[in-house]
Ligand binder design. Structure first.
Ligand SMILES: [Fe+2]
Length: 556
């Protein structure tokens, strides 16, 4: 079966293509449209479809829209209720339902030739659940917890996968929503709602949870697999922060308190689920599952032996989950995900042609991994553009910005390059076989969705990646899966004694991650990066900004 998955309704529009149970392509619309998150998460933008991502998925597989057996749309308007009946203050929510009902016809327009009868509405949280349970490796039988802002009428789903079946066990109805509570706080703290929740998580580590008792009056588990989470009087806890104002200790303390109440509620939900299923594996999905601090606590203190989080855990992942659910429902065996590199790539010849067209001077060294390791060892910053782009919000060694972890000043330097807040950490990538020596936490951790304690003996050796609380959000690199990246890390270790490199996403503030070669050149040209490693080619900053006829440097 050839199934196209579409996420469109709330935020992070994305498309994914699953053929006979195998994921062949998945991409977020923002990487094509160059608008962060694809669109603002507002009711009147609900009609916007991931047109470019969907068209690319089909092109990648050589399919036409009429060749599809089904399109999975990750929202079922038949399950929804009016916003006021669900206790939500969202007067334009009815637009979402109107647009969702019309999605089959909109999709026919976006993908000429598509039969609108092939479009299936998939319950939003079943799509999230499938994106975890069917994509997880070695998880034919597993529990799954969806932790979201909202779906049709609920905000959470506890479910169980047994083979090709996904059985819902418990859902928490709106207005109670851990995701919406966290979003409210994001807005109260002057950040962008439905976008910057990870900044609240980062700020939390600068505070103490002194407002936890007050928060527990509004956010608490109900003991039956559900929870109460609504009506938090944020303004009584701390003054709101304007977007350009400095944060205060009160802001950090309320963030720490919200993080703590989230974690203890999640632990209760996880224990309830384990009590029902007694599974060993838990998979997580939904926007809240991008909270790597909470994930780590679930892994450390929860009853499951293994916790796996799908890298596109937010709404983008429902494109993949919807397609996997329809595929499994049709009898195909879902194949587990082997990596997040499901997006676009270019051949060496195509990359060479891009550089030639842009008249960019470049080298083709014997091994780009060695060239990069040397530049990093000399404390240069490297833009790393290799292979297929990532599905999900994290750079995982395909569209990354790399630096030396041994210089504490590189945190500030990278935050300056990217134009982002100084309280935010940067993260390390580490060779998988060296991770346990340096980082204490769930291993392997290929998708940067857990935090690890940095061993005291290593904190002074890799200061740029150690957060204020002594942790790091690591990516482990498996040499079999990512040989080029592993070779670069080994060479860097040979030169410096450190099997760790700083890895952050290749973008500048407010822009989506770099996806195509033009994005890479534009990002490189506009930020103080020393080397662009694009496929086998090395573009050096010095060479780029010299004139051709005398070698005079014109910009540095
Ligand atoms: Fe969602």
């Amino acid at each position: 079966m050839r199934i196209l998955g579409i996420n469109a309704l709330f935020h992070d529009p994305a498309a994914a293509l699953v053929i006979d149970g195998r994921t062949v392509a998945a991409a977020e619309e923002e990487r094509f449209s160059r608008r962060k998150h694809g669109k603002r998460p507002l009711p009147f933008s609900a009609w916007e479809l991931p047109e470019q991502a969907a068209a690319w998925c089909l092109k990648r597989a050589g399919l036409r829209p009429q060749d599809l057996d089904a399109v999975a749309y990750s929202f079922d308007p038949a399950l929804a209720r009016p916003a006021d009946a669900m206790g939500l203050d969202d007067p334009w929510d009815h637009l979402r339902l109107t647009y969702a009902r019309e999605a089959p016809n909109f999709l026919r327009t976006a993908l000429p030739g598509l039969d609108p009868e092939t479009v299936r509405f998939v319950p939003h949280h079943m799509a999230h659940a499938a994106s975890g349970a069917y994509a997880a490796p070695d998880a034919d039988s597993c529990s799954v917890l969806v932790l979201d802002g909202r779906g049709e009428r609920a905000s959470h789903l506890a479910a169980r996968r047994v083979g090709g079946r996904l059985e819902p066990l418990r859902a928490q109805d709106l207005p109670h929503s851990l995701g919406l509570v966290y979003e409210e706080l994001t807005e109260h703290l002057g950040f962008l709602r439905s976008s910057d929740e990870f900044k609240v998580m980062a700020l939390a580590s600068h505070g103490t949870p002194r407002m936890l008792p007050e928060l527990r009056r509004h956010v608490y588990p109900t003991g039956d697999g559900g929870f109460h989470a609504a009506g938090v009087p944020w303004a009584e806890l701390c003054a709101p922060r304007g977007p350009d104002e400095p944060w205060t200790q009160d802001h950090a303390d309320v963030a720490a308190s919200a993080q703590a109440v989230l974690e203890e509620t999640l632990l209760d939900l996880v224990r309830w689920l384990h009590g029902r299923t007694h599974d060993t594996v838990l998979t997580l999905a939904g926007g809240v599952a991008l909270n790597c601090v909470a994930n780590s606590r679930i892994a450390r203190e929860g009853p499951f032996s293994r916790v796996w989080v799908q890298p596109a855990a937010g709404d983008a992942g429902t494109a993949l989950g919807g397609a996997l659910l329809v595929s499994a429902g049709a009898g195909d065996a879902p194949e587990p995900m082997t990596g997040a590199d499901l997006g676009r790539d270019w051949s060496d010849a195509e990359l060479g042609a891009w550089l030639k067209t842009a008249a960019v001077p470049c080298e083709k060294p014997e091994d780009i991994a060695v060239t990069v390791a040397r530049t990093l060892a000399d404390n240069g910053i490297v833009a790393w553009f290799q292979g297929r782009s990532e599905y999900g919000p994290r750079a995982l060694g395909h569209r990354s910005l790399l630096a030396h972890p041994g210089h504490a000043g590189n945190l500030e330097r990278l935050n300056d390059v990217k134009g982002r807040e100084q309280f935010r950490p940067v993260a390390p990538m580490v060779l998988a076989d060296r991770a346990a020596e340096i980082f204490d936490g769930p291993l392997p951790s290929p998708y940067m969705l857990f935090v690890h304690d940095v061993a005291p003996a290593w904190r002074d050796r890799v200061p740029a990646v150690v957060h204020v609380d002594g942790t790091a959000r690591i990516q482990t690199v498996d040499p079999e899966r990512q040989p080029l990246l592993a070779r670069m890390l080994r060479e860097f270790e040979r030169l410096t004694g450190l099997p760790v490199v700083v890895n952050t996403s290749l973008n500048t503030a407010g822009r989506p991650m770099v996806d195509d070669p033009r994005d890479a050149l534009e990002c490189f040209g506009s930020s103080p990066v020393d080397l662009l490693a694009i496929g086998p080619y090395a573009v050096r900053r010095g060479a780029l900004f010299r004139t051709g006829d005398g070698g005079e440097e014109v910009a540095r």
